[in-house]
Ligand binder design. Structure first.
Ligand SMILES: [Zn+2]
Length: 140
């Protein structure tokens, strides 16, 4: 038996509240929600981070996300939602089977993502962009 909790849920050998399933992805409720209705979307195929997600499953992941976001918004009367994913331990990933979160948001819900935004110095933004583009152009 796999020790990946999400694989066990996909195989129905561990419990979860399923919201949606298609050929590539499932959606379940997060059992430690930021708000009730906080959902997870994950590929059925085990992969650790977004970089490991098979391209053939991306359409199914996006379809599941669109359907679940719409259903959450309508059924729980959301005023907004966040979609986010933690990739790698330093980013806060705790289950190493790729997933993203859909979290309900409401006015004055007191949820804050505490961020300190940086500023680029003159020319620095262009240099960073050039470095990234050069890598993309050499690999795509
Ligand atoms: Zn897994």
């Amino acid at each position: 038996m796999t020790n990946c909790i999400f694989c066990r849920i996909i195989e129905r050998s561990a419990p979860a509240e399923f919201l949606f399933e298609n050929e590539a992805a499932i959606s379940i409720l997060d059992k430690r929600p930021i708000h009730f209705g906080h959902a997870l979307i994950l590929p059925k195929q085990h992969c650790e981070t977004f970089l490991d997600v098979p391209p053939s499953t991306l359409d199914g992941l996006m379809e599941a996300t669109r359907i679940v976001c719409g259903a959450l918004t309508q059924s729980l009367h959301l005023e907004g939602f966040n979609i986010f994913s933690n990739n790698g331990e330093v980013a806060g990933q705790s289950v190493f089977h790729f997933h993203w979160h859909v979290t309900p948001r409401y006015k004055n819900d007191n949820i804050r993502f505490e961020l300190t935004l940086k500023e680029y110095s003159d020319g620095e933004m262009a240099l960073i962009a050039q470095r990234i583009r050069a890598h993309i152009n050499s690999t795509v």
